[in-house]
Design a protein around this ligand. Structure first.
Ligand SMILES: Nc1ncnc2c1ncn2[C@@H]1O[C@H](COP(=O)(O)OP(=O)(O)O)[C@@H](O)[C@H]1O
Ligand SMILES: [Mg+2]
Length: 291
């Protein structure tokens, strides 16, 4: 066990070294919307440098001498959804300005400020209210009919992320059974849950308070989507211990579905972070209980 931990530690150090080596040789360039991004430095590195946890390319660079963060989108529709959110007002909480985008990549302005995770408890309270209303505002964002049809296939946190990352593991009987049961529940409740805009990654590290303006910025928008994924947005956020107060989620049937979906999320997180035994035990636990 100790040797395994040591090996993992060494692997992480090696990846960081690789990242630093690539970043120090920062004469790399790329093109986005025919604009040249210079001094490209890779981000990500969860499993592979330059690749995020969701398995997509991510880096920083200079566009017209301004620092940007670039990430690969799941689809052209997800790029469109990001544009729509840019235009919306969220009372003091913003998405970084879009500096360039094409059908696949988005370049967002780099925000100079302080990570929410570095704030003291009392400093946080000043912003928490705004952040909570941000999530609620996002969930009640009204899209026009044209916007809905342009974004409804943008990215679904449940199907395109939680479910698809279990694909390689379906050969384990308990995972296979768990997934089948989850799909059955999904079928039963999906008509009862409205589609909404969702941001399932609103945790402290992804929130920056801009120094100059004191504005709050949400800086990690790779999982921005549309569909039913919003049912886990609160649990996935810094408000994990507060209950999502949306009326349509208050029935026992949907509360149960939210719990199974949370289990789906935990099983996937365990699998991708090499806690295989824990993932299998969790799946078994659920399949043996009453789900
Ligand atoms: N637009 C941005 N402005 C300022 N800092 C950023 C921006 N985008 C990313 N970062 C910094 O880079 C880190 C990693 O980027 P992020 O998109 O959150 O990727 P991940 O969480 O998948 O590693 C963030 O925690 C933050 O410190
Ligand atoms: Mg992040």
């Amino acid at each position: 066990m100790l040797i395994l931990k040591g090996l993992k530690w060494a692997e992480r150090k090696f990846k960081k070294l690789q990242l630093r080596f690539f970043s120090s040789a920062s004469n790399h360039e790329l093109l986005i919307q025919n604009q040249r991004v210079r001094s490209v430095r890779l981000l990500g590195g969860f499993n592979q440098i330059g690749i995020s946890k969701a398995g997509r390319f991510s880096c920083t660079g200079l566009l017209d001498n301004q620092k940007v963060k670039i990430y690969e989108c799941h689809s052209e529709e997800q790029v469109r959804l990001r544009q729509i959110c840019e235009k919306s007002s969220f009372n003091g909480v913003s998405f970084p300005n879009l500096m360039a985008f094409d059908k696949k990549y988005v370049a967002e302005k780099w925000i100079h400020g302080l990570s929410f995770s570095k704030l003291s408890r009392s400093e946080r309270t000043a912003y928490e209210h705004k952040l909570e209303s941000f999530l609620n505002n996002l969930h009640t964002l009204e899209l026009t009919t044209e916007e809905k049809s342009a974004t409804h296939n943008s990215f679904c946190y449940l199907n395109d992320f939680l479910l698809s990352r279990l694909d390689p593991w379906l050969c384990f009987e308990d995972i296979g059974i768990f997934v089948d049961k989850w799909k059955q529940h999904y079928k039963e409740v999906s008509d009862l849950i409205p589609d909404r805009v969702s941001h399932p990654d609103l945790h402290e590290e992804n929130i920056i308070i801009e120094k100059q303006t004191d504005r709050i910025y949400i800086i990690d928008n790779e999982l921005l989507g549309y569909g039913k994924g919003w049912i886990l947005d609160h649990r996935n956020s810094l408000f994990a211990n507060k209950k999502n107060s949306h009326k349509c989620l208050q029935t026992p049937e949907i509360e149960h579905f939210i719990n199974i979906t949370w289990a789906l999320r935990c099983i996937g997180s365990d699998l991708v972070s090499n806690h295989i035994h824990r993932a299998l035990a969790l799946a078994k636990n659920w399949t043996e209980s009453s789900i």
